[in-house]
Design a protein around this ligand. Structure first.
Ligand SMILES: NC(=O)c1ccc[n+]([C@@H]2O[C@H](COP(=O)([O-])OP(=O)(O)OC[C@H]3O[C@@H](n4cnc5c(N)ncnc54)[C@H](OP(=O)(O)O)[C@@H]3O)[C@@H](O)[C@H]2O)c1
Length: 232
């Protein structure tokens, strides 16, 4: 039985590349996207290239959806080895905290922070049952507390919170072979990063796949960029 990897927001951008590269390494990929059609199209593209990929419609903002995914994984595979919390939004570029709307604040925190919390809570029990797991929280340098502001407050706070989730969960899992890390992918040419960004989605995804396949000696509870530990 192949190892099973869940990637959120995998219909495009960095998430799509992570799903593809995990499939190329032999993982059974569960390609999740909030739009069912987009998930199916992206999974079909991986299958056409010879990989194993199944679509799963999931809006990370929905706590019930995470529990539903856990039940579905248990039924279909009885396990999950890797979770890549990739789905994210960046809605407040150049917006001051004082001008930030409640809508943007809520959408950002629900997607970038609460979603990963829901998914970790839902999937860690399956990892514990197997005695193995790798969780990658796709973070950002904007979430580094030593490099805060000005502006972009909602996104920064969401990623700083995501980093806190990494540290907290890793501490709770110290005596297990479940590793949890935050990874900043660098500045990447996607819809979010724009055309001027310095890294390709392929390069960024390779670093995330590295973190998703760390051996037992690899770090846990770390903030990583370009495969090195960086300050919180
Ligand atoms: N690009 C960069 O330079 C950069 C730098 C640092 C960190 N990051 C992080 O890297 C991750 C991926 O970014 P990207 O550049 O690939 O962005 P992207 O091209 O904008 O893709 C974002 C993905 O997240 C999905 N998504 C958004 N809200 C969702 C929700 N509620 N439920 C499920 N999926 C949802 C999107 O789905 P839809 O197609 O349905 O919208 C899309 O698949 C994000 O966490 C981002 O913060 C990116």
């Amino acid at each position: 039985m192949s190892a099973v990897a869940v990637v959120t927001g995998a219909n495009r951008g960095i998430g799509w590349q992570v799903a593809l590269q995990l499939a190329e390494r032999g993982f059974q990929v569960v390609l999740s996207a909030r739009d069912a059609g987009a998930a199916e199209r992206a999974a079909a593209e991986i299958r056409q290239r010879g990989g194993q990929a199944l679509p799963y419609a999931l809006n990370v903002r929905d706590p019930q959806a995470a529990a539903g995914l856990a039940g579905w994984l248990e039924t279909h595979f009885g396990q999950v080895d890797v979770l890549v919390n990739n789905a994210g939004v960046f809605l407040d570029n150049d917006v001051s905290l004082m001008d930030l709307s409640d809508e943007v604040l809520n959408l950002t925190l629900q997607t970038n922070l609460l979603g990963p919390i829901y998914l970790c809570r839902a999937l860690v029990p399956l990892m514990k049952a197997k005695g193995y797991g790798r969780i990658v929280n796709v973070s950002s340098g904007y979430g580094a507390l030593n490099d805060m502001g000005p502006y972009i407050a909602a996104y920064r706070i969401s990623k700083a919170g995501l980093n806190a989730l990494t540290a907290e969960l890793a501490a709770e899992l110290t005596d297990t072979n479940i590793k949890v890390n935050s990874v900043c992918p660098g500045w990447v040419r996607t819809e979010m990063g724009g055309a001027s960004a310095t890294r390709s989605p392929e390069e960024a995804a390779a670093d995330l796949v590295w973190a998703a396949t760390l051996d037992e000696k690899g770090p846990s509870g770390a903030f990583l960029r370009y495969r090195e530990v960086i300050p919180w």
